[in-house]
Design a protein around this ligand. Structure first.
Ligand SMILES: OCc1cccc(Br)n1
Length: 451
């Protein structure tokens, strides 16, 4: 039965009622649909993963940036039919502004690049980790938020930029214990599709929509794909040619399908792909990558190289993905800069590490528990803890009188290394008892000599 709350009674609750919290209707303790809570156990794993993300960005010399999770909707109102823009978590705020929770980080990073303008030192190498949102109506119960790690290079046109960020992904995989037998990165180039549809007479301005459509290969039946292409104005047989080649085309098929450069010579896109694979070989990571013409990526703004990482078992969705997007800035009214980057989500990688038995054992790590045996000494626990903390030790102070049985159990639960015990008689001699919980040894140490 629910009681009539103060609100229903139309007034503030009396002091007496404040104490009657048990009579209140319990609020929903679960997080909003499609979102996750991170209790300490989950937070330790997330912190472990983000530390790996940040370590790789650090050793690559990238600088971390951040920006609001809430952005103007206009950053995402692209018209290419991308899933990400049809599932915007968008709304009108109280000032009548059209805003959205960000579905990805790249547009925000691009906004910062444009904001810096000519003051931006090129090349710029930035990274970010942030929560991204989508609003899925379907009842599939899919998540509505995930965290993404991005690394982006601004101002480098050569394939060295692609190789650098692909190499960073490989280093992340190595850092979490994965090998090239567990995962691999499929590499392609959107110019393949651009040249192909050009050769087949498809209007160039359909390119972003064709990419978004062809990216669904493997996720929707081919017939539906062809139907969607026909819906864009592509003829049935050209649609079948495109889908067939993207689905099964080898590098050689593309060499045959693409017309040579004017005046002869290998099509530029094939040369670019070969160059990238050669640079990756020179970096010694050829085992981690391979050409795969079916990689298109679902974001409209990619303009060149695209890549996605997968588990070799082929059971999971893409672990991460990225590419070159040299013309995104002009879609925001700015001057284009060559840009390359990737997004790496926090979900599929954890799923894969779980499957591989590579999740780390993470438990709370307390160095010292400080406890006062005598209430009169309780106030000195902070002073003792402060000295240890200033030495970088992680110290948990028992803040109220507890029986030693509880303290030992607490030490067990927190994997504490030592108990620092304040006793009256010892305190008067300027010492504390230090109990090493692993070796079960107890010594007396001058407070000043504590380390
Ligand atoms: O990767 C698409 C996406 C975007 C935002 C939130 C989630 Br969950 N997934």
């Amino acid at each position: 039965p629910t009681t009539t709350t103060a609100k229903e009674k139309g007034g503030r609750r009396s002091a007496g009622e404040l104490g009657k919290s048990s009579s209140r209707q319990m609020v929903d303790l679960k997080p909003p649909r499609g979102t996750r809570d991170f209790f300490p156990e989950e937070m330790r794993l997330r912190t472990w993963l983000f530390d790996k993300f940040r370590h790789v960005s650090w050793v690559y010399g990238f600088e971390e940036v951040d920006f609001p999770v809430l952005e103007s909707e206009q950053l995402y109102t692209r018209k290419a039919g991308e899933e990400i823009t049809t599932q915007l978590y968008n709304f009108e705020d109280k000032g009548g502004r059209r805003v959205s929770l960000r579905p990805e980080l790249t547009p925000s990073l691009s906004r910062l690049v444009l904001q810096k303008g000519k003051a931006l030192q090129l090349p710029t190498k930035w990274c970010a980790i942030g929560q991204c949102w989508r609003y899925e109506r379907t009842t599939r119960g899919r998540r509505r938020e995930h965290y993404q790690w991005n690394m982006d290079i601004v101002g480098v046109s050569s394939m060295e930029a692609e190789a650098e960020v692909i190499s960073a992904i490989v280093d992340l995989f190595k850092l979490v214990g994965l090998t090239s037998e567990d995962v691999y990165i499929k590499v392609s180039n959107r110019k393949l599709l651009q040249s192909l549809i050009g050769t087949l007479g498809v209007a160039d301005d359909l390119f972003p929509q064709v990419c978004v459509c062809v990216d669904k290969l493997g996720k929707v039946p081919r017939e539906a794909l062809c139907k969607e292409l026909v819906g864009l104005g592509v003829t049935q047989d050209v649609s079948e040619t495109i889908v067939g080649l993207v689905a099964e085309g080898t590098f050689e098929d593309y060499e045959r399908a693409l017309s040579p450069q004017e005046g002869g010579g290998e099509p530029e896109v094939l040369r670019e792909i070969k160059e990238l694979l050669e640079i990756l070989r020179a970096r010694g990571i050829e085992d981690w990558v391979e050409f795969d013409g079916s990689i298109v990526r679902g974001l409209a703004y990619y303009s060149g190289t695209v890549f996605e990482a997968f588990d070799r078992e082929g059971e999971l969705r893409a672990i991460c993905g990225g590419g070159r997007y040299d013309h995104l800035l002009s879609t925001f009214g700015g001057t284009d800069q060559p840009m390359v980057g990737f997004g790496f989500g926090d979900a599929v990688i954890v799923e894969l590490l779980k499957q591989k038995g590579l999740l780390p054992e993470l438990s709370p790590e307390i160095d010292d528990i400080v406890v006062a045996l005598d209430p009169a000494l309780q106030r000195y626990t902070g002073q003792v803890a402060g000295k240890l903390r200033s030495l970088g030790r992680r110290v948990d102070v028992v803040l109220e009188q507890k029986k030693m049985k509880w303290v030992f159990k607490h030490g067990d639960r927190t994997n504490a290394r030592r108990l620092i015990i304040l006793g009256q008689e010892e305190w008067e001699r300027g010492v504390v008892k230090v109990r090493n919980l692993a070796e079960r040894e107890e010594t007396e140490i001058l407070v000043d000599d504590l380390i």
